[in-house]
Design a protein around this ligand. Structure first.
Ligand code: MN
Length: 237
C-alpha cells in the first residue's frame, strides 16, 4: 500500500501535466493562420530558442515563423541596435512616432512572447486610440508628461492617469488605449509587449481608412454621423 501512494501521485501529476499541455490552443502569433496540411504550432517554446527565418521561397506560413538551423544562429540574431535614436514625430499629423522591435526586426524573439517599443512625442503629440490584439503593454515614461488611459470592454469604463518621468502603466491585452503628451517638451517612453508580434489596430485608421472602405451607411449609422461627415473622415485617412 505504501508503494502505491507515490505511484498514484505520479500518475496524477502526469495526468495533470497532460491536461495542461493539451487543454489550450497555442496563442495566435499573427492576425490569422488559415490551416494547410503543413500547419505548425506556436505557443510555449519547446526549445531554448527558435530564431526566425523569412521563408520567402515558400507559400507556407506557420503560426509564428520557421526556426533557423541552431548551428547557424549567432549573437546578432538576438541583437537590435538603434533605440537611442528619437523617432520622427513630424512625419504624421498626430505628432508621435513608435519604433517597435518585434520578431521581424529581432529574429531571436520568435516564440518568446515579448517585444519592445520606443515611443516619441512632440509637444502635444498623440499616440491615438489603438489596440494590440495579441499583447499587453507595459509602459515606462523616460522624459516628459503623458496623459494615458484605456477603456474596458463592457462596460466601457475609462482608466486614466497622468504619468511623469519614471512612472509605469499597464494596458491590458486587446483594450483600446492612448498616450498623449500634455507637456510643452518632447516626451519619450519605452514599452514592453507580451507578444513577439503584438499587432496594432489604430481605431480611426481601421474604421475610416480601411481598404476597401467600409460602407458609408454602416459608418453613418454606427457613429450617428451625417454621411458627409463620414466622407470627410474617410478622406483624412
Ligand atoms: Mn499601445
Amino acid at each position: 500500500m505504501m508503494k502505491g501512494v507515490p505511484y498514484l501521485v505520479t500518475v496524477a501529476i502526469l495526468a495533470l501535466a497532460f491536461s495542461l499541455a493539451s487543454a489550450y490552443d497555442p496563442s495566435p502569433l499573427q492576425d490569422f493562420c488559415v490551416a494547410t496540411e503543413n500547419a505548425n504550432s506556436g505557443g510555449t517554446p519547446l526549445q531554448d530558442f527558435c530564431v526566425a527565418i523569412n521563408n520567402t521561397n515558400s507559400a507556407v506560413f506557420v503560426n509564428g515563423k520557421f526556426c533557423k538551423d541552431p548551428t547557424l544562429v549567432t549573437a546578432n540574431d538576438f541583437f537590435f541596435s538603434g533605440l537611442n535614436i528619437p523617432g520622427n514625430t513630424a512625419a504624421n499629423k498626430v505628432g508621435s512616432s513608435v519604433n517597435l522591435v518585434n520578431v521581424d526586426k529581432l529574429p531571436g524573439l520568435n516564440t518568446l512572447g515579448i517585444s519592445l517599443a520606443r515611443l516619441d512625442f512632440a509637444p502635444y503629440g498623440l499616440n491615438p486610440p489603438h489596440t494590440h490584439p495579441r499583447g499587453t503593454e507595459l509602459l515606462v515614461v523616460i522624459e516628459g508628461t503623458l496623459l494615458v488611459g484605456f477603456v474596458t470592454s463592457n462596460p466601457n469604463k475609462l482608466f486614466t492617469k497622468v504619468l511623469n518621468k519614471g512612472d509605469v502603466f499597464v494596458f491590458p491585452i486587446g483594450l483600446i488605449h492612448f498616450q498623449f503628451n500634455v507637456g510643452q517638451t518632447n516626451a519619450v517612453a519605452f514599452a514592453g509587449l507580451s507578444s513577439q508580434n503584438p499587432g496594432l489596430i489604430t481605431i480611426a485608421n481601421a474604421v475610416f481608412g480601411s481598404n476597401p472602405p467600409i460602407n458609408l451607411d454602416v459608418l453613418a449609422k454606427a457613429f450617428q454621423l451625417d454621411k458627409n461627415v463620414v466622407e470627410y473622415l474617410q478622406k483624412q485617412f
